[in-house]
Design a protein around this ligand. Structure first.
Ligand code: FE2
Ligand code: FE2
Length: 191
């Protein structure tokens, strides 16, 4: 919670938003993941648990892949950020393994809560590293404007991955994206 407020204050003081600042753009996704996770942990009936579980899997998958393809890819090529990028890739691997576990847990199964809590803890630790160390270092290395110039590509990649997941879902191999997620991505892409 402290990290969220800290980032919100930074955005307020610097006039940063999801269109002109990559740190704010990624923070918006991190907030969305935290919100869905809280709702999932509070959900009592299996139907809500299934809906929220599917949303969390999709939102996280889209964020991790788009972040790697656009942000991490740019930073892995710079000596000053290569080490932190590698560390972040490894944290993504841990999160993806837990997302894979979560996809296999039946809604209503008591094991669901334990699985979501482990995923929440892993994501929280990664977001803390990313927002407090990795992205500030990325900003110093690339410059705020260069980093912000990657936002349209990030948003476009996010839409593409969402569409790929929706196609897989139609074929029965992945859960659908949450309501409003496509519209959010597309509005960011067009801006
Ligand atoms: Fe992230
Ligand atoms: Fe990340």
């Amino acid at each position: 919670m402290f990290d969220k407020i800290k980032e919100d204050v930074r955005e307020l003081l610097t006039g940063s938003n999801v269109e002109n600042d990559m740190r704010a753009r990624l923070h918006a996704d991190h907030d969305e993941v935290a919100r869905i996770t809280s709702e999932l942990l509070a959900a009592a009936d299996p139907a809500s648990q299934e809906r929220l579980r599917d949303q969390l899997v999709n939102v996280l998958t889209i964020h991790l892949r788009a972040e790697e393809d656009v942000v991490y890819n740019a930073l892995s090529q710079r000596p000053a950020t290569a080490g932190l990028t590698l560390h972040s890739y490894r944290e993504h691997d841990d999160i993806e393994r837990l997302v894979g576990e979560l996809r296999l847990v039946d809604p209503g199964d008591p094991a669901l809560r334990d699985c979501v809590e482990r995923l929440r803890d892993s994501v929280t630790a990664h977001v803390r590293d990313e927002e407090n160390e990795f992205l500030p270092q990325a900003e110093r290395e690339l410059g705020k404007e260069h980093l912000a110039s990657l936002i349209p590509m990030f948003n476009a990649r996010r839409v593409e991955i969402g569409q790929e997941l929706a196609t897989q879902s139609a074929l029965g191999s992945a859960p659908s994206v949450p309501p409003g997620w496509d519209a959010l991505s597309e509005s960011h892409t067009q801006s």
